[in-house]
Design a protein around this ligand. Structure first.
Ligand SMILES: [Fe+2]
Length: 334
């Protein structure tokens, strides 16, 4: 019988994969963000160190849990998929995939060189999937009324697997030597699934895993968030939203987390313009709840659903105003 031995959740912002002395450089290259306090280089370095220390905790917990496979709830940002046909929920069921370990494009400053990074062993890696468990999840979730898209191969090999899957692995399983099942949750492009549906998805995934005859120790990661609205001309950081999400973790209450998310996204923001609000609806003109980077918090909700009932631990929360992005790190021992 398979079992979930550990659930984790973490942010995956590019700021976590650059040097802190670059943070203000990037911030200053963007439109001014008057809602966010100025941060000195020293303050940025201290925040960066806290984020890496939090990743260290997640890596140590993962090593101790000794999983045979890691299921990651993440989102594709037009990396493998595009708007010609975009899955609400999808799973990779093939044998193996490849991708950039951290950042696919050269340069970090808008206006700088943004071509593909050279593929070297330092930047690019092949990763084993676990096709048996992935296919059991595709079948078992469909039988539980989740209609899941599936991919036997990556549709956009030039880009490779998206950042939501590769970046957490780079920090938590740096050798990429544990099979990883990418599970795609549409977080960016309206219409997106509600957080309550993601909560039920996570619970159903646990049911499927616990019903599997495979003898596997399974870890789950929810990847992305917390609050960030990249591309918004008035990007701000709603730390109250982030705290409402994080406050559900010690109680192991995934349903409350989903409700907090869905309450926030019930109405479009006051400045929402369907012709010019890509940061809200991903440019589809269809608003159905929080999109953009904050929408990735759905992946935390799916992870919390798979850990439902188990008290979790918030390792740290770091409000990185240089981005701005609320960086969160949490785990649930099962
Ligand atoms: Fe992302």
């Amino acid at each position: 019988m398979a079992e979930i031995v550990l659930v984790e959740a973490c942010s995956h912002s590019p700021f976590l994969y650059m040097e802190p002395h670059q943070w203000n450089e990037v911030r200053n290259a963007r439109p001014p963000t008057p809602h966010n306090p100025e941060m000195s280089e020293e303050e940025n370095a201290a925040q960066h160190a806290r984020c890496l220390a939090a990743f260290d905790v997640l890596r140590e917990k993962m090593e101790a849990a000794k999983p045979d496979v890691i299921l990651i709830f993440g989102d594709d940002q037009k990396e493998l998929f595009d708007l010609d046909n975009f899955p609400a929920f999808g799973i990779f069921v093939g044998d193996e995939f490849e991708g950039y370990r951290t950042v696919a494009r050269q340069g970090i400053v808008p206006g700088g060189q943004r071509g593909w990074r050279e593929r070297t062993p330092e930047t690019w890696v092949a990763v084993k999937n676990h096709p048996q468990l992935a296919q059991e999840l595709a079948v078992g979730l469909t039988r539980r009324d989740f209609d899941i898209s599936f991919s036997f191969d990556a549709p956009n090999k030039e880009h490779g697997m998206g950042h939501a899957f590769m970046r957490p692995m780079h920090r938590i399983v740096p050798n990429f030597d544990v099979p990883m099942i990418p599970f795609f949750v549409n977080c960016y492009f309206g219409p997106q699934p509600s957080a309550n549906r993601c909560y039920r998805l996570g619970k159903a995934a646990r049911e499927v895993i616990e019903a599997s005859p495979l003898d596997l120790r399974v870890a789950v990661i929810g990847s992305g968030g917390l609050w960030h609205t990249p591309g918004s001309p008035t990007a701000w950081l709603d730390t109250d939203f982030d705290q409402r999400i994080l406050s559900c973790i010690p109680a192991g209450d995934g349903k409350a987390m989903a409700d907090a998310f869905d309450a926030q996204g019930a109405e479009p923001p006051p400045d929402y313009d369907p012709k010019n609000s890509r940061w809200v609806d991903g440019g589809t003109g269809m608003y159905t709840g929080i999109g953009s980077g904050t929408g990735e918090t759905r992946n935390w909700v799916a992870a919390a659903g798979s850990a439902d009932g188990k008290p979790g631990v918030v390792v740290d929360y770091v409000p990185v105003y240089a981005s701005p992005c609320g960086m969160g790190f949490a785990y649930w021992e099962m």
